[in-house]
Structure formats: C-alpha cells, structure tokens
Design a protein around this ligand. Structure first.
Ligand SMILES: *Cc1c(COP(=O)(O)O)cnc(C)c1O
Length: 401
C-alpha cells in the first residue's frame, strides 16, 4: 500500500512540468524541506551575483554604483519583477523595509484616504501578530477604533464608519485562504479601503491585485519568493491611489527631488512614494537574483501543483498516520486552501524534532501545530510521500517508546 503511494509519487513527478525548476535551487538530496513558507530555499543564482555585487559594485565602483549599477532605482525595478507574480501591472510595487513597516504605511495611508466620518479599522482576528500590533498603533495614531473581525465576517462587518480593513490573504497558522475578491468588493461597496497581506500567498497562488481592484498590499519576500533571511518586503499602491498616497513615513528617498536636500517635503510621483530611507542594497540585490527562478513559470501552474502536492500529502498522511493522531486544520476545499498543511498534533514540538532529525523539516507553532509548507518550484511528490511516511514512523516510534 505505501509502495503504491511511492509509485504514485514517481508518476506524478514524471508528469510534473515544474520539475525542471527544482534545479534552480541549492537543495540537499537527503533533506525534505517543507519550511519554505517560513524561509525559502536558496536559489543557485544568488551566491555568485551577491559576490559580484560585493566585489565589483561595492568594492570597486563604490559610490558610483548608486547610478552605474542601478542601485538607486532598484526598489521600483525589483518591484516590477514581483508585480506579475501578484497580478499587478508595472509601476505599482516598491520594494523595501519589512512587512511590518509596510503594514504601517499602508494602514495609515488608507485611513488618511478614507472619507470624513470614517474612524474604524478592521483587522483580521487571526492575523499574524505583527499586523495586529501595527494596526493597533496605526489606529491609535489616526484616531480610529480598531476592531478584530474574522476574515469571513469582514464583508458583513464593514460599515459607514469603516475606513480600512487589514486582512491576511492566507492564514499563517492554518493555511486557510481568505476570499480576496469577495471581501475587497464588499469593502468597496461600503466605501472602505482594503490592505491585503500577501506573505503566505505571493509566489504560491494567483493573487490578482489589479483585477480585483485591491487598494494596497504588502508582503515579505523571504517565504515563497526565496529572497533570503530578512530580504526586503514590498508595498503595492494601486495606480489611481498613488497621487493621494500620503505616507506616514515620508523619508528623503520618497522625495520628488531627493538630492535637492530641501527642508520641505514634496512627494515623488508614483509608487516611489512608498519608499522611506536608504534601501538595504545587498539584500535587495540578492532578492533580485532570487527572482530569476520565476523565469518561464506560470503562477497558474504553481497553484495547480501546490494543490496537487497538498492533496497528495493529505492522502499519504491518511494512510501513514494512525487514525485520530493528527487533526488537519487546513481546509479541504481547494478554494479555501493556501500552500501549506497544518496538523494539530499532541506533543507537536517533540514530533517536529523527531521529523527534523530524520531529515524532514517543517515547523512547529505553539502549542500544538505542525506546519508543512509546499513550495511547488522545489518540492516533489516524492518529498511529499517521504514526509508523510516519516511522520507516521515518528508517531509509531513514540507510541512504542
Ligand atoms: C511572515 C509574516 C510577516 C512578517 O513580517 P516581518 O515584518 O517581515 O517580520 C508579517 N505578516 C504575515 C502575515 C506574515 O506571514
């Protein structure tokens, strides 16, 4: 029976059109890496590019590189490479700062843009914590009340006093995919603006920012976009909002004439307004090289493989793991599933240590969740079968002990 699953994995891998992308990453044959939803694997194009940046652009050209090596324009240039992955036309995505900082910019700017009498911000009740902390401060600064609402109830809860909504596209804990088109349309119908956090969806599934008329979006680049630890985040400002985008962090890099060094602030045109200070060039250019892995890759193909991987993982878990030992927190319906599987499991911390020591790397979220991230560019069906099989072995060994 488990041989049948191994054979099925081999068949699925042989038919996988994205299998070629796996060679674009530095991976170990003896490790199944299912933590790319926390820190994406290293693309092979990065080390050499980073060495060139350090030795040539910084080491030799030094200050000249701001212009000659294109450092100054990197935030928008790299934003334009992320744009197609999130369904945005060029000129609307700027790279820099962390997701946390971009959440702050977007929420404050959204409240400032909302009409008179709107003094409420809704935040996803199950949000990744940093978004909630930042939204609370942004609301306090702008004189708004913050209300935590389940993402599924946001459409109904948005009212005439709602200025802005901040929602995670995919729940980082359970892997639940929220209804971006429906929530965005309902918010707009009620006159509010929406900020989507794409940390767990960009690079894993189609987002459709322009098509859905999303107002603002933020996301990190070190998860499914493989930009490296602490890689800069991005901010999407819809084109027709850009002239009214009033940043709460108007640093000199977002000035219309940054080298005019004038005392009064005048914002640049376009998404450049989302910038703050001097960008982290080394991380930024590592990210740029990392984005090479998306060459010839369609996000629809990524989504199809992601769902096939998570379906297959659940099938293997049902076969390998004693009934009742784990409970799946990730929705079964494809329309509600991101690109990870979260299993509630007693002694989850010890179980994840057991998995890691046997070469299967996922992560543990307190108190009792095992998370397995599926990154279609480099996760194979054979990896998936092995992860479930080893999970079964770890749980069986624990019972025998
Ligand atoms: C990973 C993640 C973050 C991380 O924010 P940083 O500022 O990069 O630390 C924020 N929000 C969500 C939803 C995330 O998944």
């Amino acid at each position: 029976m488990s041989e049948a699953l191994a054979e099925k994995a081999a068949r699925l891998d042989a038919a996988d059109e994205l299998a070629k992308a796996r060679d674009r990453f530095a991976l170990d044959d003896d490790v199944v890496y299912l933590d790319g939803n926390s820190l994406g694997a290293l693309p092979r194009s990065v080390p050499q590019r980073l060495a060139d940046v350090v030795e040539h652009e910084w080491g030799r050209l030094r200050i000249r590189s701001w212009e000659e090596s294109g450092w100054w324009t990197a935030p928008e240039r790299i934003g334009d490479r992320i744009a197609p992955l999130v369904g945005a036309a060029a000129g609307q995505v700027v790279v820099g700062d962390s997701t946390s900082v971009n959440v702050f910019k977007a929420v404050v700017a959204a409240v400032r843009m909302a009409g008179e009498g709107r003094d409420e911000v809704l935040v996803d009740a199950s949000t990744f914590p940093t978004d909630g902390y930042i939204a609370e401060s942004a609301a306090r600064l702008t004189g708004c009340r913050l209300r935590a609402v389940a993402p599924g109830a946001m459409a109904a809860e948005t009212g005439p006093r709602t200025a802005a909504l901040l929602v995670n596209h995919v729940d980082y804990r359970t892997g639940r995919l929220h209804d971006l088109p429906g929530t965005t349309a309902a918010a707009h119908a009620a006159g509010a603006l929406v900020v989507w956090d794409l940390c767990h969806s960009a690079g894993a599934l189609p987002v459709g920012l322009d098509e859905q008329r999303v107002d603002f979006a933020v996301g990190c680049t070190y998860k499914y976009l493989n930009g490296g630890p602490g890689a800069p985040a991005y901010l999407y400002v819809r084109r027709d909002h850009q002239p009214r985008f009033d940043s709460p962090l108007p640093g000199w890099n977002s000035h219309a004439d940054p080298f005019g060094m004038v005392p009064s602030y005048a914002p640049a045109d376009g998404c450049v307004r989302g910038r703050v200070g001097t960008p982290d060039i080394l991380s930024m250019l590592a990210l740029e090289a990392a984005l090479d892995v998306w060459e010839d890759v369609s996000i629809d193909a990524v989504r199809a493989k992601s769902l096939a991987l998570t379906d297959f993982f659940l099938e293997c878990v049902a076969h390998c793991v004693p009934r009742g030992r784990v409970e799946c927190l990730t929705p079964a319906r494809h329309a509600e599933r991101g690109s990870q599987v979260a299993l509630r499991c007693a002694e989850a911390g010890a179980v994840m240590r057991g998995l890691t020591s046997r070469g299967v790397v996922g992560d543990f979220r307190r108190p009792d969740v095992l998370r397995f991230g599926f990154t279609p560019l480099y996760t194979s069906f054979a990896d998936t079968e092995r992860a479930a099989r080893v999970l079964g072995e770890v749980l069986a060994a624990e019972r025998g002990a």
